[in-house]
Design a protein around this ligand. Structure first.
Ligand code: APR
Ligand code: PHB
Length: 385
């Protein structure tokens, strides 16, 4: 088999890249190791920047997003009981949309016309410095796809970054000493907008999926086990960490999903190796505090799609030659913001009383400065693509 582009991974990055290439008449095939149902079964955050919403429209996959997504004009930050709303609309005339990543994935799957090969086992990348091809196994048979380019959209644990010789790659990483214990519940959200809370016992987040489904998180130690947390214990801890009025308004219920996610910051450099490009979680990981993971994956593949469209359409290599430097500039700004939000809102016992005073001062400065709030707003709603 032959394709112009082989995309490894059918998550949001791979699906969006494939759709943009398809609309430009470029033959791209996706190899995904899991089944479509498995991919759709993943519970993931969904705060979309305007750039991501625009990409969904460009992919002609935005209809349901506009119909069902929730426009949010701001978020609330609270610190030991004090609250500050960040008014995106007033500060920078921008907003975000709450629309689950699972729904983004579903819409992109539905829009896709070309080949997505699910349950492709043992995907291997070959000769991406020369004449690239990809092999995979299915139904006991080994298949080969010759191509012009390979896009590694296979996430942090994927095969693409792992196929790059170690000496050709530099990685940067910060592993946080805590995780997020998350609960999904079929109850109305406690507030119209998201609430990011700092409490001496740890961070908490009140988010939502729809007017009748909510998502809540509490910071837990990195080695915590989800089986140690009954629903009752989770709700009690969440209430302690929220302002009394919010705690009082909280509608609880049986969790329909409960899990712990580790937090890390990670970037690989560069993101191009001959005919192989990395994008999305294969290239970087951000702590979820800034809601950047999905949006960063989308901005990567927007740049990669434009570069490949330019190459095939105009026989120009300018875009593909400039891809890595271009997306890394934006990646590091998102990494900085995600690190900053995480540093402000979580407890870090190792930084002691001085560290907590610095966090309090950071919050007080934010609460008292329109410039600081504008900075948060422009980063949270998304820097220009
Ligand atoms: N072969 C084929 N497919 C693979 C392989 C492999 N060796 N390894 C991983 N995959 C698939 C995974 O099954 C997954 O469906 O690649 C896909 C990668 O998708 P994501 O991990 O969702 O990464 P990405 O598309 O970059 O989206 C980033 O997803 O993880 C969240 O927080 C993250 O919101 C961000 C978004
Ligand atoms: C979520 O709804 O899961 C969510 C929202 C915002 C974040 C992280 C997660 O920053």
């Amino acid at each position: 088999m032959r394709a112009q582009v082989v995309i490894v991974g059918a998550g949001p990055a791979g699906l969006m890249l494939a759709r943009l290439l398809e609309l430009a008449g470029i033959d791209a095939v996706i190899l995904e190791r899991k089944s479509a149902d498995y991919v759709l079964g993943r519970i993931r955050a969904g705060v979309l920047e305007q750039g991501t919403m625009d990409l969904m429209d460009r992919a002609r996959a935005g209809q349901r997003m506009h119909a069902e997504g929730l426009i949010h004009q701001g978020v609330e930050l609270s610190f030991d009981g004090d609250s500050q709303r960040i008014d995106f609309a007033a500060l920078i005339d921008r907003h975000v949309m709450v629309y689950g990543q699972t729904e983004v994935t579903r819409d992109l799957m539905a829009a896709r016309q070309a080949r997505t090969i699910y349950e492709a086992e043992d995907v291997q990348l070959h000769d991406f410095d020369g004449k690239p091809f990809v092999t995979y196994r299915q139904n006991g048979l080994t298949h080969r796809i010759d191509c012009d380019f390979i896009a590694g959209c296979d996430g942090y644990h994927g095969v693409s970054r792992a196929s790059v010789p170690a000496q050709s790659l530099t990685t940067f990483e910060r592993i946080y000493p805590f995780g997020w214990l998350g609960v999904l519940v079929d109850q109305p959200p406690v507030a119209h907008e998201l609430i990011y809370a700092h409490h001496a016992r740890g961070f908490a987040l009140c988010s939502q999926r729809s007017p009748t489904r909510s998502r809540y998180y509490v910071q837990v130690p990195a080695d915590e086990k989800v089986e140690n947390w009954s629903d009752a214990r989770f709700w009690d801890e969440l209430r302690i960490r929220l302002n009394p009025a919010t705690a009082e308004a909280l509608q609880t219920g049986a969790s329909i999903e409960k899990s712990i996610a580790p937090l890390r910051s990670f970037v690989a450099e560069p993101l191009r190796f001959g005919k192989l490009f990395l994008a999305g979680d294969a290239a970087h990981i951000v702590p979820p505090t800034g809601a950047k993971g999905l949006n960063l994956a989308m901005s990567d593949v927007a740049a990669l799609a434009d570069a490949l469209i330019e190459f095939f359409g105009e026989n120009s290599a300018a875009g593909i030659d400039g891809y890595s430097a271009k997306v890394l500039s934006r990646i590091w700004k998102a990494e900085r913001f995600s690190w900053w939000m995480t540093s402000l809102l979580h407890t870090f016992p190792e930084t002691g009383a001085f560290g907590r005073r610095i966090q309090r001062a950071e919050f007080d400065y934010l609460a008292g400065s329109a410039a600081a709030q504008q900075s948060l707003a422009e980063n949270y709603t998304g820097l220009p693509l």
